[in-house]
Unconditional design. Structure first.
Length: 131
């Protein structure tokens, strides 16, 4: 039976609740939701584009701490308070990740923590990008 390993990165916002940034079981890593918080100031980035970029940076930092990269994500969930920003998510995602892209869901939500405009979580498999 595989043991759980808690993943933490100082380059992503510290958990602000009763959760871990990520949990690894074997080569599979389950990433908690990230919003556009700057990991050092813990302030929310201004505007949707900056928040999307910060979310990807935060996810990437957690992936790196887990021994992989953002390209090892096999599943990505995107939560937006305004689905008209979905095209911008696609554009930025294509600039920060390599193909093949992960499976993905996009969900419109009424609200997110700290009045964020976007949140993302995902599942990573270490070494998936190399396979």
């Amino acid at each position: 039976m595989s043991q759980r390993h808690i993943i933490e990165s100082e380059h992503a916002p510290a958990a602000i609740g009763s959760y871990s940034q990520a949990v690894a079981v074997g080569d599979t890593v389950y990433l908690s939701g990230q919003i556009g918080l700057d990991p050092h100031s813990m302030t929310l980035a201004a505007g949707i584009e900056a928040q999307i970029r910060q979310v990807f940076a935060n996810l990437g930092a957690v992936c790196t701490a887990a021994g992989g990269s953002i390209d090892d994500l096999v599943k990505l969930n995107v939560y937006l308070t305004d689905l008209t920003h979905f095209a911008l998510v696609n554009e930025i995602m294509a600039s920060v990740m390599r193909q093949p892209f992960p499976a993905r869901a996009a969900v419109g939500v009424a609200a997110l923590p700290r009045q964020a405009l976007v949140e993302m979580d995902g599942i990573m498999v270490r070494g998936a990008a190399a396979r």
